[in-house]
Write a protein that binds this ligand. Structure first.
Ligand code: FPP
Ligand code: MG
Length: 313
């Protein structure tokens, strides 16, 4: 991680003071850096070591992750991230989009620095899936499509694709076989699904400073996530119809309506259902992980899977 941090910092140097200010501001509340950690762990689980390719690969995924958050806050018109005002709030949409572009460009440069055509291919496929997931989410919200299949398709694209790419890149960077890369990709997809389901559950509870989002924010935006989808399947036909009508009003819902829907999802056991889904996927991910040699790195990896379910921010 020290090597990762040094390269990450080096890649972010810019001659433009505005860019530097925005970058410093955003990175001041650094995230958990789960994606580079996972990229490195994938390499270490397979070969017990990392290469320069692993480090540039880890920096590339972190750059892309940051780019996607900056763009996402413009797309979602969000006011806060990680408990701080977003770039689009402190500056404006133009600054947020362009700084996101800057990070995207740095991802391309890191991809190039790995010298691996295969890693570029993994990154290219992942960014496509990420953007398609976001567009699919918008499209589902517009057409009020409420199904678990549609939900899983969206989160596979917008979140799981990045985790899958991290593990594939880590594996590829140490010369893993095609089969190993593919298996790591599958594990990454599963933990990415867990990550997003957990993220979506946060929306049903008052948030802490690290998350910095009001309860019911997703629902207000028309994003119907797993707990509420489950509740809609369980409720009486009449109740379901009533809620679908509320959700298909073509305007942003008020906070009090969103909070009512949050309560309804909870009463119907939506949170427990989403938690059970995460546990089932975690079990599958761990089964795949245990096909690799039992080392300390593997133990750390398995603990990260549990952390993804239990995390508080
Ligand atoms: C957070 O989801 C956002 C994502 C998982 C991905 C966003 C991706 C894009 C906007 C495409 C970016 C494209 C390029 C080329 C960089 P969320 O809104 O559910 O979660 P949040 O609570 O963290 O905002
Ligand atoms: Mg968002």
């Amino acid at each position: 991680m020290e090597q990762f941090r040094t390269t990450f910092e080096k890649m972010l140097r810019t001659r433009v003071p505005l860019a530097d200010n925005v970058i410093r501001y955003f990175l001041d509340r650094r995230g958990k850096q789960l994606r580079p950690i996972l990229t490195i762990l994938s390499a270490k689980v397979l070969r017990g070591t990392v290469t320069d390719e692993t480090i540039y690969g880890a920096v590339a995924v972190e750059m892309l992750h940051n780019a996607s958050l900056m763009h996402d806050d413009v797309v979602d018109n969000s006011a806060e991230r990680r408990g701080m005002p977003t770039i689009n709030r402190v500056w404006d949409n133009r600054v947020a989009v362009l700084t996101g572009d800057f990070f995207l460009a740095k991802c391309l440069m890191c991809s190039n620095a790995t010298g691996s055509v295969e890693i570029s291919r993994i990154l290219g496929r992942m960014v496509t899936a990420l953007v398609e997931g976001e567009l699919e989410q918008l499209s589902n919200a517009r057409s009020h499509l409420l199904s678990e299949d549609a939900y899983f398709s969206v989160i596979k694209g917008k979140t799981a694709s990045l985790f899958s790419a991290c593990l594939q890149i880590g594996a590829h960077s140490v010369g893993a076989s095609e089969e190993e890369v593919q298996k790591m990709g599958e594990i990454g997809e599963k933990i990415g699904l867990i990550f997003q389901i957990r993220d979506d559950i946060f929306d049903y509870f008052p948030s802490n400073a690290e998350i910095g989002k009001p309860t019911g924010h997703d629902i207000m935006e028309g994003k119907v996530t797993l707990p509420l989808l489950y509740a809609l399947q369980q409720a009486t036909a009449e109740k379901t119809k009533q809620i679908k009508e509320i959700l298909s009003l073509n305007r942003e819902l008020t906070e009090s309506v969103a909070l009512e829907l949050v309560d309804f999802a909870k009463q119907m056991g939506g949170i427990e259902y989403a938690q059970a889904c995460m546990k089932k996927i975690a079990f599958e991910a761990k089964q795949l992980l245990h096909t690799f040699p039992e080392t300390d790195c593997l133990t750390a990896f398995v603990r990260i899977v549990d952390y993804f379910i239990d995390r508080s921010h």
